[in-house]
Design a protein around this ligand. Structure first.
Ligand SMILES: [Zn+2]
Length: 243
């Protein structure tokens, strides 16, 4: 049965109670724990997984990696004492989550800036890791155009973050997302509830990652580089204090 994903309906959830459904050993010899519900984010959508601890009557299980499988089951991989049926408390590493959330949200703000500027770029993949943060678009630019766009996007992201709007979560069928979202990919995962996050009334993103509640929490966002190659334009960025 699919794991209930607590982080989908709550921006800030880092703790909670759950029950252990299964305990097994993966190919690497790590213990694989499945719970009925979880606040641990599994890697996905260019955002890294949470780490933290699962505490029960027998001790503490350290979560090193979190994965979502095609059936919607979250696997907590790590080490420590844990058994089926245990009632446990969950504690996500808050510092790591905050970094991942701010980096991931920054990627959406870059996209919002591109939208505000009316650039006819089609969003592609993104990566929101401390060692590598970028969003890609289908667009062919000369180096001069890229540099000009970098300056304009930089101004626009400062405006969006400075305005400090509050995000909103909405669950809805994929068929209704087009009313709120500029771009609804045709490969939205079907192994988790369909959800959008509204960065403004007219800018929703179909996304299962974790997001800041208040956009100003991202901090200072810098567009570090725009590189265009073979019709793909990569916008790299950094968030002050992270990368
Ligand atoms: Zn996202």
């Amino acid at each position: 049965m699919a794991t209930e994903l607590m982080y989908l309906s709550d921006f800030d959830v880092l703790t909670g109670a759950a029950r252990v459904q299964s305990v097994s050993v993966d190919d690497d010899g790590r213990t694989d724990v499945v719970l009925d519900r979880t606040c641990f984010y599994p890697r996905g959508g260019g955002q890294d997984w949470d780490t933290g601890a699962i505490r029960g009557a027998t001790g503490e299980f350290t979560v090193d990696e979190v994965r979502l499988d095609p059936e919607g089951v979250v696997h907590h991989l790590g080490t420590g004492p844990i058994a089926v049926g245990d009632e446990v408390s969950l504690a996500v590493d808050a510092t790591r989550r905050e970094i991942n959330t701010r980096l991931h949200s920054a990627g959406h703000v870059v996209d919002l800036a591109v939208e505000r500027l009316g650039l006819p770029w089609v969003p592609g993949k993104g990566a929101h890791y401390p060692h590598m943060s970028f969003v890609e678009y289908t667009a062919a630019l000369t180096p001069e155009d890229g540099e000009a766009a970098r300056g304009r996007i930089q101004v626009a992201v400062h405006e969006v973050i400075g305005a400090g709007s509050t995000n909103d979560i909405r669950f809805m069928p994929v068929s209704e997302m087009g009313a709120y979202c500029r771009n609804v990919p045709d490969n939205i995962p079907t192994n988790k509830p369909a959800r959008i996050v509204l960065y403004s009334d007219d800018f929703g993103v179909p996304c299962g990652g974790t997001h800041v509640r208040v956009v100003s929490d991202i901090g200072t966002l810098t567009i570090t580089k725009i590189k265009s190659k073979k019709g793909v334009t990569k916008v790299s960025y950094a968030v002050e204090g992270i990368n």
